[in-house]
Write a new protein. Sequence first.
Lengths: 366, 366
Amino acid sequence: MTSIRLHLPGDPTDRSYDIVCGNGLLAGVGDLLGRSGARRAFVVVDAAVAGTHAAVVAEALTKAGIEHTVFPVPSGEASKSLDMVGRLWDEMARLALDRTTHVVAVGGGVIGDLAGFAAASFARGLPVWQVATTLVAQVDSAIGGKTGINLAGGKNLVGAFWQPRGVVADIDTLATLPTREFTSGLAEVVKYGMILDAEFFGWLEAHVEGILAREPADVAHAVHRSAALKAEVVERDERETSGLRAALNYGHTFGHAYETAAGYGSLLHGEAVAIGMARAARLARLLGRVSPELVGRQDSLLLRLGLPTSPPETAGLADDQLLAIMARDKKSLGGRLRFVLPDRVGHVDLVDGIDPDLVRQALHSV
Amino acid sequence: MTSIRLHLPGDPTDRSYDIVCGNGLLAGVGDLLGRSGARRAFVVVDAAVAGTHAAVVAEALTKAGIEHTVFPVPSGEASKSLDMVGRLWDEMARLALDRTTHVVAVGGGVIGDLAGFAAASFARGLPVWQVATTLVAQVDSAIGGKTGINLAGGKNLVGAFWQPRGVVADIDTLATLPTREFTSGLAEVVKYGMILDAEFFGWLEAHVEGILAREPADVAHAVHRSAALKAEVVERDERETSGLRAALNYGHTFGHAYETAAGYGSLLHGEAVAIGMARAARLARLLGRVSPELVGRQDSLLLRLGLPTSPPETAGLADDQLLAIMARDKKSLGGRLRFVLPDRVGHVDLVDGIDPDLVRQALHSV
């Protein structure tokens, strides 16, 4: 078991927390909450893991003497909706939960974002724990306090910055993750290498086989290194004010547009991010920031890991629609197009005011 | 014009702001936002003041060269709903607003709480200005960053702490406020005297006639002193963690229960708070904390100002229902009943674990 401390300034209480990575951690969630003073918990779980991972967590809470209610949520991006958060809030009101109740999210990014926002806004803020059971949640979404839901008009348009009390990344849960889910999470792992750590990018290139075979040591290293990089960025720019945290959105402006245009759920988040990174690298090439070799090297790693670099032809997405969604992106500024773009492996910049024609070219460039 | 600075710790940016009180301030809102760097605004207005106060604000924004959209919201507590905040979010998405857009709330507590929560949660946080045009907003709800909406299960159950960039209290707007609205706001003014400032309580007793006649000097003093007291409390306990800010909830545990049980909108917030303070004082008497004289002195001031001390007989509220709502209150702790109670004029304490039978007695005590 390894523990990464995410340091945050806090007033009047310290908001720093631990990201715990390792094996067999689900059974320890009860003790973890107990040590934090929890007496009551509201456990929001992905219906797909209700009978497995969430049952282990619930048993651990019972053993620790923590009264709790389990609320299962249907799997999939469609649950990150106003309707679903409204149902959570109504249930929390019915149970008369107060600020002493701890919310526990058990699942992937959808559950963490949804439960995190419900916790952030019910009674103006309940403590929340992120028990991440997917790769994308363990390396990205469970860390850093971004919570939210989707609107018809765009992904994550409504939400809050709400840091968890702790993050639990039990590597064992990844062994049973469906292949498409596991692969999707690898897109964010590749992202960390490309934006921050050329050495880690090289390590990934050298360990594709081990990762795909889910060799425990390789998976553990990929998760730990990614989580540590994410924590470092969040520490230095918690609320995305200095531009540093924006680097984490590499591939996401294109990616969100594909996800939104294709309809939530038809592309997994990581698949959209992989396509987005491939498109962003092409845009960087069109701007003369990177060589064709960099584009090829990234494509190659993504493809070897089983990730796409272009949207499915059947998606039939119109360029105008994609451009319109990108102009509405939270990362856009006053309507101008803004992208996170690499200049070498391991480094990106936030680039402003990009010509829409180049963006259109990047959508189709091979 | 007077200005009260509300100091807050900030990282990485200073979150302190000014509460500006005075005459003719609406016409200056454009310059105020302009000096803060705003180029675009989303103006959420109470439909009742859309043609008057909000039109002055809109003209001021135009003069200052700030592009803006006005969104009118029906008057009344029913607008503090999930449905209405959903409509605001959808409109904000349609307009492709981003974090550089400033939200401006023009109206009373309902508009401020609703627009404040929409601002707090859209794109995980847009700056918001509170332009308060009712007494209750100028002395209380616009100051301190509490935002939120109601659920069927209780008032303000969903929301965020989200401090405004500034608060504008234009005393002129109170001249045309309907009598019932103005009177309702006086309940919060009396509250400040009772919880924090015996001298101010005495001043109110001596100036009932001037206040009811809306003498500008008397109204200005009542607003300024109340706003200053509120700001002082918020500075010292922004997120209600030390117990100090909880003092502001004097009368509100009973009050919220009456509001919820009667159905939002049949009792105005201040009316419910006045009844709540009268009931809380009786509970304090039953506990031996205060003399019958204190109860009588507070009753007398409330009644002279035109405020109620008992719910309307026609309301037919069941004690069990009121008790159940109070047990769900955010100020309750693990289901135990918790009240803010005076021990003298100018001082209150947070009292825990109160016998429900005494609470029932306080509901009916004359």
